[in-house]
Ligand binder design. Structure first.
Ligand code: EPZ
Length: 417
């Protein structure tokens, strides 16, 4: 198992390009199942989760070839309706294949994705939405068996929560359903807009993505197209956290500042300055951060839950008390115990984590248990008094394209062993 050795007392400088968005690439890849012909997906990050999705596409009869950050997906529609366990287990976000599979093969059989490190991750809203479109769904012995014997037809679907995955699953399935589908209380994340842009380029008719109500006029079929994945706003927020904890000045290239509208003010409250010029962000941090007062994670356009862990690492060494409220996932503070091992003064109580800033953290042997928690440990390691050894690097590789190389490119001393 590889580990990361993060030297302490680091300073970052220079510029780096932000990767393509993992949470946009994954649903777009699932949707290529419906887009017959050769899809060319640019700015597709090199991640184990993307690799896992490529394996699912190959299993379903597509050819997938990568050259650098471009993925060519040749799709003729799904040649089978099942995804085997070992492929489903690789990444729980393969649940977004459900809608694509149902629309393409007319049936789908896959194992329940199950919970993960950050929560139980139920899929009731996915299933309720697909049933509204006419899918017959049985859940038994850990499997979902779906069929659409009469095809899928448009429906009015109201989500009880603006679930990103459920919105994506329904959008993909409704794109070629007969009739009109309306999703109210839809997720508004930029990744939803990116998926809608891709589907519309394939001939879909989707209106209102990014708003609370999305209307999908079903079309007969979709054709392949080329598409560039948007920049990863969470990777950008993670690099900002790394610069914030080390009192550094860096430039991020290939960002969309408006996607960070809820994140930037938190860093500014902590004493950082953030200047955007087009798709570049100039970020500089003070020698010591001020506290972030209160950070509440919310559905977009609120503060993103995926940025909570890296930002909490920064709050550990800020001057004063910061309060975090994690409103999206029920178990997203697993990095707290490891940060405490490094000398952080943190207390969690349910959704709330109170960070009393300490002057410095100390290097330690720590264990990552989820993707964003791993990033928090890397950020904390950069400012610790001595080296930190982080195990569980496989979690990091799910969502960050060689974070250690990116940080070394900014002058840090981070080694993978
Ligand atoms: C997506 O997960 C992202 N993953 C997550 O990023 C992100 O944290 C999350 O959206 C919120 O922004 C991908 O896009 C691949 P949800 P998703 O459905 O779709 C509950 C990362 O670190 N819920 O919006 O699973 C659910 O349990 C990952 O990159 C139901 O109850 O998120 C959660 O509490 C982590 N029933 C809340 O809603 C459902 O049917 C939000 O989940 C679906 C969700």
């Amino acid at each position: 198992m590889s580990k990361l050795i993060v030297a302490g007392r680091q300073k970052l400088s220079g510029a780096t390009e932000v990767q393509g968005a993992k949470n946009s690439a994954l649903p777009v890849l699932a949707a290529t199942l419906l887009a017959k012909g050769e899809n060319v997906i640019y700015n597709c990050p090199v991640l184990s989760d993307v690799e896992a999705s490529s394996r699912v596409l190959r299993y379903l009869g597509c050819t997938v070839n990568r050259s650098s950050h471009t993925l060519a997906v040749k799709s003729a529609g799904a040649c089978r309706g099942d995804i085997p366990d070992e492929l489903m287990r690789k990444t729980r976000s393969s649940i977004v294949f459900l809608g694509a599979l149902l629309a393409s093969a007319g049936n789908a059989r896959l194992s329940l994705p199950g919970g993960c490190e950050i929560g139980q991750r139920p899929i009731d809203m996915h299933l309720r939405g697909l049933r509204a479109l006419g899918a017959l769904i049985k859940e038994k012995h850990g499997y979902i068996e779906c069929s659409a014997p009469y095809g899928l037809s448009g429906a009015r679907i109201a989500l009880s929560f603006p679930s990103v995955g459920a919105t994506e699953d329904i959008m993909i399935a409704a794109a070629t359903a007969s009739g009109t589908t309306t999703i109210t209380n839809a997720a508004r994340e930029p990744e939803i807009c990116d998926l809608a842009d891709y589907l519309n380029k394939c001939g879909a008719e989707i209106y209102g993505a990014g708003e609370g109500v999305i209307v999908i006029e079903g079309v007969k079929e979709l054709h392949a197209c080329s598409h560039t994945i948007i920049p990863d706003r969470i990777a950008a927020a993670t690099l900002m956290s790394c610069a914030a904890v080390t009192g550094s000045e860096i430039t991020l290239k290939n960002v969309i500042p408006s996607h960070l509208a809820a994140v930037i003010p938190v860093f500014e409250e902590a004493g950082c300055t953030v200047k955007s010029h087009g798709c570049e962000l100039a970020f500089s941090a003070p020698q010591r951060l001020k506290s972030m007062k209160t950070v509440r994670t919310m559905p977009y356009p609120g503060f993103p839950t995926d940025a909570q862990a890296p930002l909490l690492a920064a709050a550990c060494v800020a001057k004063g008390t910061s309060v975090f409220v994690e409103n999206i996932f029920e178990n997203r503070y697993r990095h707290v115990s490891e940060l405490i091992r490094m000398g952080a003064n943190l207390k969690t109580e349910g959704k709330v984590c109170v960070a009393e800033g300490v002057p410095c953290l100390y290097g330690a042997k720590v264990e990552a248990t989820d993707l964003r928690g791993a990033a928090a440990l890397v950020a904390a390691g950069l400012c610790a008094e001595s080296a930190t050894v982080i195990s569980g690097v496989r979690f990091l590789e799910r969502g960050y394209e060689s974070l250690e190389q990116t940080l070394c490119g900014l002058g840090a001393d981070v080694k993978k062993i």
